[in-house]
Design a protein. Structure first.
Length: 95
């Protein structure tokens, strides 16, 4: 199993609609991207979040499936509009 964790610090120009859209689009990956087992996203509730207010976790069958996700057209379309609105952090590991 391969785990992909991410967090976002939203930039000042990100709207509530942008945040809702990101949640919808990320959740829509499940059942569409091969090898993606499940997706969880939501508001970061940790008091130690260092400004990262949005978090997510994805479980993949293996690292190769995560590599496919990285260049999948749905993911690329999300990144096109999302990247200018966030300061992201990502963590990946095999479990």
């Amino acid at each position: 199993m391969f785990i992909h964790i991410f967090g976002f610090r939203w930039k000042a120009n990100a709207t509530d609609a942008d945040k809702a859209r990101a949640t919808r689009e990320i959740r829509a990956f499940q059942g569409t991207i091969p090898g993606l087992i499940d997706v969880a996203v939501g508001e970061n509730l940790s008091p130690r979040g260092q400004g990262y207010t949005f978090a997510g976790l994805m479980r993949f069958t293996d690292r190769a499936a995560c590599d496919v996700y990285a260049t999948h057209p749905m993911h690329m379309a999300l990144l096109e509009w999302l990247v200018p609105l966030i300061d992201p952090v990502e963590l990946d590991f095999e479990a």
